[in-house]
Design a protein around this ligand. Structure first.
Ligand code: AMP
Length: 218
């Protein structure tokens, strides 16, 4: 299966993608995670991406198109994958179509996780993540607090907040989503591959709804 997740920042894409990737044994390709790794490693792509990420706006298309071109053509993605955060505008979606066409492939399903605006900011600003990359468990100060403040329940590592999850940047990220990414809902509706899943409420229920939409048994 070749699945793409759409949804605003805070819609829960990362959490659901991780669960789905484990369930289906597919690679989870998160553009945000890949960019943050590139920034940390100080690669040329990371250096050029940082100034855009720090402002909550999109990194230039060519950086992402190159990054995902390499990934999707690799043997690890032969059996399918879960895309999270790429494409994020129409130009990227069209480049992805070209890339998939050159690989004789296409997207099986696009899942649009829908969450009301009023919840998104609260979800994002309270989000803390385990700093141990192999674990990367996600917590929320109100909705899913860790047992010990600042420590991961799973592996005991320190929790950290993403630099761009601070309130002053969240507004810019949500605007970017509305202006540039939301038009992809129409784009994939027209291609008849889009399903919309309510992203509010119990995470297990949301996950089961995703599995159902993919016709996968829970
Ligand atoms: P995320 O973790 O998906 O919220 O992404 C964090 C930041 O990475 C975004 O605010 C953008 O600056 C950048 N980013 C992630 N994916 C893309 C993309 N497909 N195109 C451009 N910039 C991106």
């Amino acid at each position: 299966m070749r699945i793409l997740f759409l949804g605003a920042p805070g819609a829960g894409k990362g959490t659901q993608c991780k669960r789905l990737a484990a369930k289906l044994n597919l690679p989870h390709l998160s553009s945000g995670d890949l960019l943050r790794e590139a920034v940390k490693a100080g690669t040329p792509a990371g250096v050029s991406a940082k100034e855009f990420m720090d402002k909550g706006v999109l990194v230039p298309d060519e950086v992402l198109i190159k990054m995902f071109g390499e990934k999707l053509g690799s043997p690890a993605c032969k059996g399918g994958y879960i895309l999270d955060g790429f494409p994020r505008n129409l130009a990227q979606a069209k480049s992805l179509d070209e890339l998939l066409g050159s690989l004789n492939s296409n997207l099986s399903t696009v899942i649009n996780l829908e969450v009301d605006d009023s919840l998104l900011t609260e979800r994002i600003c309270g989000r803390w993540t385990c700093s141990n990359k192999a674990c990367a468990a996600v917590y929320h100060v109100k909705f899913a607090p860790p047992k010990a403040e600042g420590k991961c329940d799973v592996c005991g590592s320190d929790l950290s907040q993403r630099a761009d999850d601070k309130e002053e940047l969240v507004k810019a990220r949500l605007n970017t989503y509305r202006e540039q990414t939301e038009p992809l809902i129409d784009y994939y509706t027209q291609k008849k591959v889009l399903v919309t899943i309510q992203g509010e409420g119990d995470q297990d229920v949301i996950f089961n709804n995703i599995l159902q939409s993919l016709k996968v048994t829970a």
